[in-house]
Ligand binder design. Structure first.
Ligand SMILES: [Zn+2]
Length: 165
């Protein structure tokens, strides 16, 4: 398997093959652009904080407060943002619960808004559910009904960043 496909490791093989074809034909960027035409404007930490709090106050108003919300250039997208930890590692959920901080990988500073929203929803859900279990994903889908599609497409976005020429 090509290394960029690690982002979608665990998804059904026919989906992985479709993505691989899009990458090989250099059409993944156009596919993403058509589906998600514009990037968000939430660039500063203040803007990110307000954005996160708006979602939190809509769905998780009574949950524990957040001490920090930040873009973090040290987070490698695959390990901590939404990557393989979804399938193998529970580390970042545990860390989040202990600290109640939300750190978003800087690569999502310049991304379509739905992907940022999906990440924020994912991190907010960890306030209540540490593990990636059924209750966790139910909470994600409560905050963002299109959560699963967005998570998959955000992974394609990461593949695109890694493979674009
Ligand atoms: Zn997680």
């Amino acid at each position: 398997m090509n290394t960029h496909l690690r982002y979608i490791n665990g998804y059904p093989p026919h989906l992985i093959e479709q993505v691989q074809r899009l990458v090989e034909s250099e059409k993944l960027g156009a596919w993403l652009k058509q589906r998600y035409p514009s990037h968000h404007d939430i660039k500063s930490e203040k803007a990110l904080y307000d954005y996160v709090m708006a979602i939190k106050n809509s769905y998780l108003k009574k949950s524990a407060p957040l001490s920090k919300v930040a873009y973090d250039g040290k987070i490698h997208a695959i390990n901590n943002a939404l990557g393989m930890h979804s399938f193998v590692s529970r580390v970042h959920g545990g860390k989040l619960k202990a600290k109640n901080e939300i750190r978003i990988a800087s690569v999502f500073k310049d991304a379509p808004e739905p992907f940022l929203r999906m990440l924020v929803v994912h991190e907010l859900a960890h306030i209540k559910e540490k593990e990636h279990n059924k209750a966790f994903y139910q909470l994600c889908c409560h905050m963002e009904p299109d959560y699963h599609q967005l998570e998959f497409d955000a992974r394609l976005f990461l593949i695109h960043l890694e493979t674009k020429k």
